[in-house]
Design a protein around this ligand. Structure first.
Ligand SMILES: Cc1cc2nc3c(=O)[nH]c(=O)nc-3n(C[C@H](O)[C@H](O)[C@H](O)COP(=O)(O)OP(=O)(O)OC[C@H]3O[C@@H](n4cnc5c(N)ncnc54)[C@H](O)[C@@H]3O)c2cc1C
Length: 477
């Protein structure tokens, strides 16, 4: 990466205060995450203390032509925080904007700064007798700003929606340094274009989110999960329908787990193996409510068994068993359970129309078997939303080279399958740099062109996360 001029940085540091501009060893923690993903060599990290500092930084960067890449917890999966290599840039960390500004149970909202973690939001909501519903494995590190920027999803989308459905208002610093305060605590507001929704999912390309009003939902004092061994993927649709319709609205997670990932997680992380059923796939589902859910879960399992939708099941009877089941789910990604090989692999964040998930998984598996027989292929994740993370990766040293020789061919083949099934390559992780050059065929040229025009309105000088998200313009556009 290219650093901005020394004078620029010295003046910025003087305005923002001590510890606000980091380089070298001091910046390492922001440059590389626990997965080994790096934003680039020798980054300049700018860490303002407040929204005024963010605005001042953005204003100065615009004047000096310095690109800005916003960073929250750096847990993103799409290389959205990677710095451009061809122009001066800074990594703008929101880590010090970490205040919960208010919790308002009567409004069913809370207002938090962008650098607050998802877990801190969940805990503050719970302390006020409410619940912030979005949740996923990186909860302890991922921030509200990053979650808004990627329109993050997670385990509870099936009931509560993704970030788009859980954000009522946003404050953001725009590309000229102006602060737009759109933090309204309204459930309904039909006054013109919804600028907040434009910022949600814009991956730092339209503005820097500095704080937000989040929606709270009723606390669910009762929660119980079960792991169901299913006879095959063909039952997924029927099982999901049964769970949705028989659980009286209390279904809050419906996740697919393959035996290969469960076995691996048990081996690597020492979780207790919940079931030994000999089946290839399992569904982890959770019912949650303000009332007891045990009878509903028992009835659901009985009905599923009668219809041959499961071959065996285990119900979490204690908080420890509940934590064990969800610990397995949190670790099911190769990033956690196939460390050393995960960087070579193909990790997909696909979503497919709900009734075609099984067909899609089978389609990917047969393409992988034909093109990359040396690789392990499995799917897991939020199938209740049609969001299935397909993984294809080598799992021993000998397979790496032959796998790398066919990885691009298999990637193109799977992408084509996704588009042919009216699916998406990015259900919840955003486009970033990872998918930018693959995402084009998913939408029409007109749709991408409209997005380029929106980008030009918000960021005419192209300083906000340049080169991310938007595929290059169509020729002659
Ligand atoms: C173990 C694990 C499990 C995960 N599970 C899920 C899951 O189930 N569902 C899911 O959706 N995601 C999941 N993720 C991905 C990740 O946690 C989310 O994408 C999260 O929203 C990223 O937040 P962050 O603060 O880490 O953002 P970063 O990684 O720091 O940034 C992500 C993007 O947002 C931009 N950005 C960050 N902060 C701001 C801001 N304040 N203003 C404007 N732009 C900003 C960045 O420039 C970048 O483009 C998982 C990640 C891990 C490591």
């Amino acid at each position: 990466m290219t650093a901005p001029a020394d004078l620029f940085l010295t003046e910025l540091a003087a305005v923002l205060g001590s510890g606000s501009v980091l380089r070298g060893d001091d910046a390492t923690g922001y440059a590389v995450d626990g997965r080994g993903y790096s934003v680039g060599d020798d980054p300049v990290v700018v860490r303002p203390r407040d929204v005024a500092g963010v605005a001042e930084t953005v204003r100065r960067c615009r004047e000096a032509g310095v690109a800005i890449v916003a960073q929250g917890g750096n847990t993103g999966m799409s290389h959205g925080t990677m710095l451009p290599v061809d122009r001066p840039s800074i990594l703008l960390s929101l880590a010090r904007l970490d205040q919960i500004l208010s919790v308002d149970p009567d409004r069913w909202t809370m207002t938090v700064q962008a650098g607050v973690t998802i877990q801190a939001v969940q805990e503050a909501a719970a302390a006020a007798g409410r619940r912030f519903a979005p949740d996923w494995g990186a909860r302890g590190t991922a921030t509200v700003g990053g979650a808004i920027a990627t329109d993050a999803g997670g385990n509870n989308v099936v009931r509560y929606g993704n970030m788009r459905d859980n954000v009522l208002g946003v404050e953001a610093v725009l590309a000229d340094g102006a602060v737009w305060d759109g933090r309204r605590a309204l459930r309904k507001d039909s006054t013109g274009y919804d600028l907040k929704q434009l910022l949600i999912g814009s991956e730092g390309t339209l503005g820097v989110v500095t704080s937000a009003v989040l929606k709270l939902v009723p606390a669910t004092a009762h929660q119980q999960s079960a792991l169901l061994a299913i006879p095959g993927l063909a039952v997924l649709s029927e099982l999901f329908e049964l769970a949705q319709t028989s659980a009286a609205g209390s279904l809050s997670a419906f996740e697919l787990l393959p035996d290969v990932a469960i076995d691996r997680v048990v081996e690597v992380f020492g979780h207790a193996k919940p079931l030994d059923s000999g089946t290839d796939y399992f569904v982890l589902l959770t019912l949650a409510s303000s009332e007891t859910v045990e009878p509903r879960l028992a009835a659901l399992l009985e009905a599923a068994a009668k219809r041959d939708l499961l071959v065996d099941a285990v119900v979490a009877g204690t908080p420890e068993q509940e934590a064990n089941l969800w610990g397995i789910r949190d670790h099911a990604s190769p990033t956690a359970c196939f460390v050393g090989f995960q960087h070579h692999g193909l990790k997909l964040d696909t979503a497919i129309p709900l009734d075609r998930v099984a067909e899609f998984v089978t389609g990917v598996q047969s393409r992988a078997a034909a093109i990359a027989p040396m690789a392990l292929c499995y799917g897991f994740g939020h199938v209740g939303d049609g969001n299935i993370h397909m993984m294809v990766l080598p799992t021993d040293d000998d397979s790496v080279e032959p796998w790398l020789a066919v990885r691009d061919e298999l990637t193109a083949s799977i992408d084509e399958l996704v588009f042919s099934m009216a699916g998406t390559l990015s259900a919840e992780h955003g486009i970033g740099l990872l998918l930018r050059d693959r995402i084009g065929p998913q939408k029409s040229d007109l749709e991408w062109e409209l997005m380029h025009r929106i980008k030009a309105v918000f960021d005419p000088d192209g300083i906000l996360n340049p080169g991310k998200m938007l595929p290059p313009r169509a020729p002659n556009a």
